[in-house]
Design a protein around this ligand. Structure first.
Ligand SMILES: Cc1cc2nc3c(=O)[nH]c(=O)nc-3n(C[C@H](O)[C@H](O)[C@H](O)COP(=O)(O)OP(=O)(O)OC[C@H]3O[C@@H](n4cnc5c(N)ncnc54)[C@H](O)[C@@H]3O)c2cc1C
Length: 478
């Protein structure tokens, strides 16, 4: 990140054309090629505004490869002041704006047709200060993990895949196998630096502008662009002993998971379901003990009722980064670049077994693709304190992730999205909801219902902090 002091009037450098500003009549971006006039309309920037095809094409796509909305420009900020200046500018000219971290949304959430995408990747500074990290919003969790581990520390909760941005997952929630102990990533952030929809650069925390803090964490980019965060750190374990325990039935798996998450025996707890060729399913609990030794195996797993176990030891970093080799394989197979109509449903704990049992016959090879991952693990309500992260109203919510790929020969993204909606309807009828990522067609009424009792405060924050409703239209909420 460049220092704010070194301001230039570089307003944009594209393939041969400089961006000057918005035509007040047509509301289209005026470039030097169009206007040929003095560069006096955009605010001075430390970074650059791009109009070239490479930047626009990237911002018109995401990991889902399902939706494509082309922005008019992409800001590569050289400082947090650039973000504030451009949001203010866009508000004045009625241009919609979306932040973009690593673009790992799957349904156009970070896209904005004809507007401005703010690419937060250049805001990637990291400072480790004892029990906290002060980071730019574009920092990936992978880079933060590396920096924190160098000081013997770790963020308390990490997503399964680390190539996501801090700002991106804090806008959503940030869930992983340590949520049973520490809640979501949004429950472990101490302070946020935010540019509101008015272009105001401000700081919020549990004790400072609490309403903004609560509307930004899990707020899907609706009231502000996160430009920086202070993340809690804990002492990092040195080693990991991982138990992949296979269960004979779904009910046996979820019973063991409920018991383990309540007891807190493992530092990390997830689970997955895999379809076998004959159409049956395997049920696996992934349970991790930090700094355990082989002598602990019987004490840790002796009473867990599994039928088989695979046990391995890893360094803490290799465990956190365990998806990286899988990603390499998916890239080689071409699956990483294919459409990903995912859904992460939030199942009420008391109905999880029946909801999953009803859904499994529908997860045919055709409707999940070649490299689908089906996740199932509990999140205890008591650990999640972020108002906008809407778990089911029960002691346990199970995250049921159906991570489909539209592979060659399998169903179309549209058919998979229809299946997502059907699953969502079933889950909602049973008192559950969804983790608001993925590809699920959602109306404004759906969103209102989704946020439930948190809606009035969210709506009030939207009116206060983004009164012109320019932020993050790709979510379709306001
Ligand atoms: C391979 C893979 C694995 C995943 N694993 C997990 C997991 O284990 N746990 C989990 O919780 N999630 C997981 N996710 C979902 C992931 O957390 C979300 O897709 C997340 O939004 C991705 O972060 P990103 O940086 O790519 O965000 P983007 O896709 O760039 O943005 C996501 C949304 O947030 C907005 N946004 C982005 N940055 C900011 C910002 N700084 N300020 C305000 N708004 C912003 C965007 O406009 C958009 O609406 C996974 C996704 C993928 C593709």
């Amino acid at each position: 990140m460049r220092e704010p002091g070194r301001r230039s009037v570089l307003t944009g450098l594209m393939a041969g054309a400089l961006v000057l500003g918005l035509d007040p009549v047509t509301r289209s971006w005026v470039t030097a090629a169009h206007a040929g006039g003095p560069f006096d309309r955009l605010p001075p920037l430390d970074g650059r505004l791009r109009l070239d095809d490479a930047a626009l094409d990237e911002a018109a796509d995401d990991f889902g490869h399902i939706v494509s909305r082309r922005p008019r420009a992409v800001l590569e900020p050289g400082s947090v002041n650039d973000v504030a200046a451009m949001v203010k500018y866009c508000r004045r000219h009625g241009v919609q704006v979306a932040g973009r971290g690593q673009g790992h949304s799957v349904h156009g959430q970070s896209q904005v047709e004809g507007g401005l995408v703010i690419d937060l990747r250049p805001l990637d500074t990291i400072e480790i200060r004892g029990d906290r990290a002060v980071v730019g919003a574009g920092t990936t969790w992978l880079d933060l993990v590396r920096a924190a581990l160098a000081e013997g520390r770790t963020p308390p909760v990490l997503t399964d895949y680390l190539g996501l941005s801090v700002g991106g997952t804090l806008s959503l929630g940030g869930l992983g196998g340590a949520a049973g102990h520490h809640g979501a990533q949004v429950d472990n952030v101490l302070e946020l630096k935010v540019v509101t929809g008015k272009g105001e650069l401000t700081t919020c925390s549990p004790t400072r502008r609490r309403d903004l803090f609560d509307a930004v964490r899990g707020g899907l980019g609706q009231v502000g662009i996160i430009v920086g965060a202070v993340v809690r750190l804990l002492p990092a374990p040195a080693a990991v002993r991982r138990y992949n325990l296979t269960y004979p039935t779904l009910e046996a798996l979820t019973a063991a998971q409920r018991r383990m998450v309540d007891e807190g025996r493992f530092g990390y707890l997830e689970g997955s379901l895999s379809r076998v060729e004959d159409g049956s399913w395997t049920f696996v609990m992934e349970a991790v003990a930090f700094d355990a030794v082989p002598a602990d195996d019987d004490r840790l797993t002796g009473d867990l009722g599994h039928v088989s176990a695979v046990i391995d030891d890893l360094s803490y970093f290799d465990f956190l980064n365990r998806i990286a080799p899988v990603v390499e394989i998916l890239i080689e197979l071409g699956e990483w670049a294919r459409p990903h109509p995912w859904i992460d449903a939030f199942l009420p704990g008391s109905k999880t077994d029946e909801l999953v049992a009803e859904t499994l016959p529908e997860l045919t090879p055709d409707l999940i693709g070649l490299s689908a991952v089906i996740l199932l693990y509990p999140i205890p309500a008591a650990k999640v304190r972020t108002p906008l992260l809407r778990l089911a109203k029960e002691k346990h919510t199970f995250l049921f992730g159906v991570l489909r790929t539209s592979s060659p020969g399998s169903a179309s993204p549209a058919a998979m999205i229809a299946a997502n909606r059907a699953l969502y309807e079933r889950v909602r009828a049973a008192g559950g909801g969804r983790y608001p990522t993925g590809a699920v067609s959602f109306s404004r009424d759906d969103w209102r219902r989704h946020f439930g009792p948190a809606w009035p405060a969210f709506q009030a924050a939207k009116r206060a902090y983004d009164p012109s409703n320019i932020l993050t239209p790709g979510q379709g909420i306001f």
